[in-house]
Design a binder for this molecule. Structure first.
Ligand code: GAR
Length: 210
């Protein structure tokens, strides 16, 4: 007979957190993918470094726990610890950066080794940073794209998990190019999260007795 108390305990290997700073279209894509079963996991919480980020409202509209841990430039380490503590309180085994515009150091990353993922609107290693779309336009490239990767302590850096190219058209503006990049992000990021959740019984991350 199964133990009813154990059955109620949160299973971190089935739960992920989203960290985001902005509008939250990727958060919505992830929430939709959980709702329709594409991602077989619980979206346990949404945490922002910006107190009034629209992503928090979008999360609350969907009934998701949403919290701000406002960035503190005078106490970066303390802020990262508070951020990590907030996320850890939701018993998650995977962190998804969906437009999270702060660099995380080992203070945060060492709490979830190899389990922090980021989406970025370029074909990394091209155009890391906060304005990848503007940088691609300024450079005059004819192809850019979307990368989903594991996060290390460098900016938009770490092992690539998925990439997809998107053409840059001659008349593209930031708005038109972003409008073609976003649907790719909204497809690729949930796919990668689904894959990582499917790998939750990986021997490197054992989650159940064998
Ligand atoms: C996305 O385009 C994401 O790739 C980018 O922020 C945007 C957030 O959009 N992230 C980075 O540039 C990370 N360096 P959203 O708030 O609508 O999901």
């Amino acid at each position: 007979m199964s133990d009813p108390v154990a059955a109620r305990e949160p299973d971190p290997s089935r739960r992920f957190a989203v960290l985001a700073s902005g509008s939250g279209t990727n958060l919505v894509a992830l929430a939709d993918a959980v709702a329709d079963g594409t991602v077989d996991a619980d979206l346990a919480c949404v945490v922002s470094d910006v107190a009034d980020a629209p992503v928090l409202e979008r999360a609350r509209e969907r009934g998701l726990p949403a919290r701000a841990v406002p960035f503190d430039r005078d106490d970066r380490t303390g802020w990262e610890r508070r951020l990590a503590d907030e996320v850890a309180g939701h018993d998650v085994g995977l962190i998804v950066l969906a437009g999270f515009m702060r660099i995380l150091s080992p203070v945060f990353l060492d709490r979830w080794p190899g389990r922090v993922v980021n989406v970025h609107p370029s074909l990394l290693p091209a155009f890391p940073g906060a304005d990848a779309v503007g940088d691609a336009l300024a450079a005059g490239v004819t192809t850019t794209g979307v990368t989903v990767h594991l996060v290390d302590e460098l900016v938009d850096h770490g092992p690539v998990l998925a990439q997809e190219a998107v053409p840059v058209l001659p008349d593209d503006t930031r708005t038109t190019l972003l409008a073609r990049l976003h649907p790719v992000e909204h497809r690729l990021l949930p796919q990668v999260v689904a894959r990582l959740m499917g790998e939750r019984d990986d021997p490197a991350h054992p989650t159940s007795p064998s």
